[in-house]
Ligand binder design. Structure first.
Ligand code: LLP
Length: 459
C-alpha cells in the first residue's frame, strides 16, 4: 500500500483503533478491485455520476459507531446516570436527528431552525436542550412550549422567560451556563471557556444567580453547563473543568436548587490530517467520567447525571465531499493550482480557521508521482483555497477529488457566496445511497428576492 492511502488508517500505536474520530476516512472506506475508493460499498465516482458534484456524503455506520462509543463508554466509566447529546450545530438535518435519536442520544440545539429539525426528526423533547447567547422571545417560547431544557446564558434569558412562563404549574427546566476560565489549545475562534468569552455567566456571577433564583417561582435550576472549546486534543482541560463544575454544583445545592445534571459540553477533536492525534472517544469519556466522579466524591456530592455534547466527533469523520476537477493554472517555479467546482461556500473552514484536510483522487488513490498542487475553489476570493501544497497524482479535468473529514461544520456553515447553490447530501449504508438534502438550484436562490413594483413600472 502506498503511503497516501495508509494515512487514511488510524495510527498503529493506538490501542483503540476503532474510534472513528482517529481515522481520516469513514470507517467503511475501502478500495475496490478496480482500485477505486468506496464508502459503505458505494464507489465515490459512481456517486458523483448519480448525484453530481460537489456532493456531501455521510457514512451512516461511522455516525452510529461514534454514537455507540459515547453511549457505551459513558455507561462503562461513569457509575451514575449519563446522556450524550449530539451538538446539531455540527450538521443539522432530519436524517441526522433521526439517526442520533435511534442511537439513544439527545440533541443540543441553538436556534428555532435546529429545534424544529430535531423535533420533526423525532428526537423526544425530554432529550433536547436549547442553547444560545442571544435567544429571541419566540425561540424561548418555542423551547418552553415543547418542554425542552433551556440553558440560561445571561440575564436577558431570565427576563424574557419570566414573561413567557405564565403558570407556576409547569416550571421551566433550566441549566445555567458559565465560563469556567479554562484555556485549551485550539483556534482562538473556537475557544469558549475563557473568562472573556461571549457565552454564559462569568464564574464570579454564579453565586448571585443562585441567590436570585431562590425567589423565582417560574423555573427551576436543574443543571449546570460549560463548554470550553472545540477540536481539542488534550484531556487535561476537561479534567480541570470537572473540578470547577463540582465546586459550583456544591454551591448550587447549598442554596437549595435541585441541580442534578452536569453538562461538560463537547470539544473532542478529530483527525483531519495524518499528524493530528486526538484521543479516542473512549479515552475522552473515561477521563471526563472519572474526573466528575472523583470531584463529586471528594466533596461528598450525590452523583449528578453526566451529560456531554459532542458534535464534530459524531459526524466529522463520517463525512466527505467530492468535487470535479476543472481548470489548472501552472505558475512555473511557484505553484500549480487545480480548481474544483466548489470551495469556500461548501467548506468555509480553511478560509476561516486555516483548517487542513486530506484529499485523494476517487479513482486513483495509489500513486508514485509527487505532484505538489494547491486545490482552489471557484469563488471570487484569492483565499478560496481548500488545500495548500498537497500531493495528488497527475489528473485531468473531470477527475473526482475526495476531501475527507467534512461531515462537521461544512454543510452547517455553508453559504451562497457568489450565488452558488449548496451541494446535495447523501447518506450511504450497505451499498445504498439515500438523498437526505437535495441540491439547491440557482432558481432557489431567487426565492426570496423581490423586485419592487416601482422598478417594474419603470421598465
Ligand atoms: N456544546 C456547545 C455549547 C458548543 O458551543 C459546541 C460547539 C459543542 C457543544 C460541540 O462542540 P464539538 O464537539 O463539535 O467540538 N465552527 C467551528 C466549531 C465551532 C464549535 C462551536 N461550538 C469549526 O468549524 O471548527
Amino acid at each position: 500500500m502506498n503511503f497516501a492511502m495508509s494515512t487514511l488508517r488510524p495510527f498503529e500505536k493506538d490501542l483503540d483503533k476503532t474510534s472513528p474520530n482517529r481515522n481520516i476516512a469513514p470507517i467503511s472506506t475501502e478500495i475496490d478491485t478496480e482500485e477505486k475508493i468506496c464508502v459503505a460499498g458505494c464507489s465515490l465516482s459512481g456517486l458523483a455520476q448519480k448525484y453530481g458534484t460537489p456532493l456531501y456524503i455521510l457514512d451512516e455506520l461511522t455516525i452510529r459507531k461514534s454514537c455507540k462509543e459515547y453511549r457505551e463508554s459513558l455507561s462503562e466509566y461513569y457509575p451514575g446516570e449519563s446522556m450524550a447529546l449530539y451538538a446539531s450545530k455540527a450538521n443539522s438535518s432530519l436524517a441526522l436527528s433521526r439517526i442520533v435519536a435511534s442511537e439513544g442520544m439527545g440533541i443540543d440545539v441553538v436556534s428555532e431552525g435546529e429545534l424544529i429539525t430535531a423535533l420533526r426528526g423525532g428526537v423526544p423533547t425530554n432529550k433536547i436542550i436549547f442553547h444560545g447567547n442571544n435567544k429571541s422571545f419566540s425561540e424561548l417560547s418555542l423551547a418552553y412550549n415543547n418542554n425542552v431544557i433551556i440553558v440560561l446564558d445571561n440575564q436577558n434569558d431570565i427576563k424574557q422567560l419570566a414573561s413567557i412562563v405564565k403558570s407556576e404549574e409547569r416550571k421551566a427546566r433550566l441549566m445555567l451556563r458559565f465560563t469556567p476560565g479554562i484555556e485549551c489549545h485550539t483556534h482562538d475562534y473556537i475557544k469558549t471557556g475563557m473568562l472573556d468569552s461571549k457565552f454564559g455567566f462569568n464564574y464570579t456571577e454564579i453565586e448571585n444567580i443562585f441567590v436570585q433564583f431562590k425567589n423565582i417561582k417560574w423555573g427551576e435550576l436543574i443543571g449546570l453547563h460549560a463548554h470550553i472549546g472545540s477540536q481539542i486534543f488534550e484531556v487535561e482541560p476537561h479534567r480541570d473543568l470537572a473540578d470547577v463544575m463540582a465546586k459550583v454544583l456544591k454551591m448550587g445545592r447549598k442554596y437549595g436548587h435541585p441541580i442534578d445534571i452536569l453538562n461538560v459540553g463537547g470539544g473532542l477533536g478529530i483527525r483531519y490530517i495524518s499528524s493530528d492525534d486526538p484521543p479516542s472517544i473512549k479515552s475522552w469519556v473515561k477521563v471526563v467520567s472519572e474526573a466528575i466522579f472523583e470531584a463529586c466524591n471528594n466533596r461528598s456530592l450525590e452523583l449528578p447525571l453526566l451529560m456531554c455534547e459532542p458534535g464534530r466527533s459524531i459526524v466529522g469523520t463520517a463525512g466527505l465531499t467530492i468535487y470535479s476537477i476543472g481548470s489548472k493554472k501552472e505558475i512555473p517555479g511557484i505553484k500549480t493550482y487545480l480548481a474544483v467546482d466548489g470551495g469556500m461556500s461548501d467548506n468555509p473552514r480553511p478560509i476561516t480557521y486555516e483548517s487542513k484536510y486530506s484529499a485523494y483522487l476517487a479513482d486513483r488513490p495509489f500513486f508514485k508521482e509527487k505532484n505538489r498542487v494547491t486545490i482552489a475553489g471557484k469563488h471570487c476570493e484569492s483565499g478560496d483555497v481548500l488545500l495548500n501544497d498537497v500531493l495528488i497524482p497527475e489528473c485531468k479535468c473531470g477527475d473526482i477529488l475526495v476531501v475527507f473529514g467534512t461531515g462537521a461544520y461544512n454543510f452547517s456553515m455553508s453559504s451562497n457566496y457568489n450565488r452558488i447553490p449548496k451541494p446535495a447530501s447523501v447518506l450511504v449504508n450497505k451499498g445504498n445511497s439515500d438523498l437526505i438534502q437535495r441540491r439547491e438550484l440557482p432558481e432557489d436562490l431567487l426565492r426570496n428576492d423581490i423586485l419592487p413594483d416601482r422598478f417594474i413600472a419603470k421598465d
